[in-house]
Design a protein around this ligand. Structure first.
Ligand code: UD1
Ligand code: UDP
Length: 357
């Protein structure tokens, strides 16, 4: 096959999603080019995923780095346009809902290159989230919409998207989880000096970590959790300074570490009595691992993790009590798993893409 499929990835959540798609297309002999936008550049947010997940070295790294939304999105677009013109791919594949996703979709459609969107149709219906804007625009532009859950199909239908473009393929993030499951060592927290029952946490959403008043309330809520069980918090760079300045570390049972590699992070989650998070991916991963997940957000674009998983939405006010209930209840014996979160999404996505080429 001579057609070239060009993948654009750039931020941490993109990497576990693209790994199985790249592998499945490679098995089918499809010519591929992987472009890293450089939206994330720290070793712990980028390189470690390539190493641990066996993702091939990017063919191109645009090195755009950080900036305001407009600056970053524009820089990615400006760098992608000549590359797309030079390579003339038969299809551009974009992942998730980050700025790299929408930037690549915009450039591709204006050059008449079909776009496939992996993780299409998720909606929080919260336009204050930059990701929601990115999702709406990318789905409006995409020719091939690959969905992880049935609610996503309904949202796309409600927005008038031609059903023939929509393909329910399951969740490639879960392919990655199941591929590496045997390596997730539940002793990660002990290795960090935390013994016994613990809570794993991640926090990076603007709605939680950008405004000092939110951050102060968040730190109070986390201290109330740490009164019950130690917290291990691999902290994303976004809120790092504000959380520290608000006194996050003024509790002896809050253990802040740098972002962990994927394998270590999943080990930490697997061994946790509960997870407190505002991450999209972590809501899905806890759903499969059966670890109770308390999501510190007013909404989720992944409601299937509530109806078919272990997830529950909480506020800063309700968090400590929710953790108490979770710890009292103890480990879950069984829980439902969303349809097609079975480790075969990458294969289904590759089938759809090769048919569309
Ligand atoms: C981005 C995504 C978000 C995703 C998150 C996952 C958008 C709009 N947001 O948010 O959807 O959940 O990634 O992690 O695309 N920084 C570093 N090192 C890096 C990258 C960033 O220190 O390698 C710092 C910089 O100060 C930067 C800030 O983090 O300004 C935010 O980075 P950015 O990529 O703009 O957004 P995220 O908050 O990471
Ligand atoms: N992750 C990781 N180390 C960490 C935190 C997260 O490997 O310290 C992984 C985890 O698999 C998660 C993925 O990175 O699902 C993307 O997470 P992030 O919260 O950055 O993005 P989101 O899913 O919220 O967009």
């Amino acid at each position: 096959m001579t057609e070239l499929v060009l993948h654009v990835a750039g931020a941490r959540p993109n990497f576990p999603k693209c790994a199985p798609v790249l592998r499945a297309l490679d098995r089918r002999g499809v010519g591929q080019l992987l472009v890293h936008t450089g939206q994330h550049y720290d070793e712990a947010l980028s390189d470690v995923f390539f190493r641990q997940l066996g993702i091939p070295e990017p063919d191109v790294n645009l090195g755009v780095g950080s900036g305001s939304h407009a600056t970053q999105t524009a820089a990615i677009m400006t760098a992608l346009e000549p590359l797309f013109l030079e390579q003339r791919p038969a299809m551009v594949v974009v992942y998730g809902d980050v700025n790299s996703t929408v930037a690549a979709a915009l450039v591709a459609v204006k050059l008449g290159i079909p776009v496939a969107h992996v993780e299409a149709g998720l909606r929080s219906f919260d336009a204050t989230m930059p990701e929601e804007i990115n999702r709406l625009v990318t789905d409006r532009l995409a020719d091939v919409l690959l969905t992880t859950s049935t609610d996503a199909i309904a949202h796309l239908g409600n927005e008038g998207i031609d059903p023939q473009r929509i393909h329910f393929v399951g969740n490639p993030m879960i392919d990655t989880l199941l591929t590496h499951l045997d390596k997730f060592d539940t002793g990660v927290a002990a290795g960090l000096g935390v013994t016994g029952r613990y809570v794993a946490a991640t926090l990076h959403r603007p709605g939680n970590v950008d405004r000092p008043t939110d951050v102060a309330e968040l730190v109070g809520a986390l201290h109330a959790v740490a009164d019950q069980a130690p917290i291990v918090l691999p902290l994303h760079p976004r809120g790092r300074e504000r959380l520290r300045a608000a006194g996050l570390l003024d509790h002896s049972d809050i253990h802040v570490v740098d972002p962990l590699g994927y394998i270590e992070f999943m080990g930490l989650v697997r061994g946790a009595a509960a997870v407190v998070t505002d991450s999209g991916g972590v809501q899905e991963e806890t759903t499969i691992l059966g670890v109770p997940c308390l999501t510190l957000r007013p909404n989720t674009e992944r409601p299937v993790t509530i109806t078919h998983g272990t997830n529950r939405l909480v506020t800063r006010e309700s968090l400590a009590e929710a953790v108490r209930q979770t710890l009292d209840r103890g480990p879950l014996a069984d829980w439902p798993v969303p349809p097609l979160w079975d480790g075969q999404a990458g294969e289904r996505i590759a089938d759809v893409i090769t048919t569309a080429l």
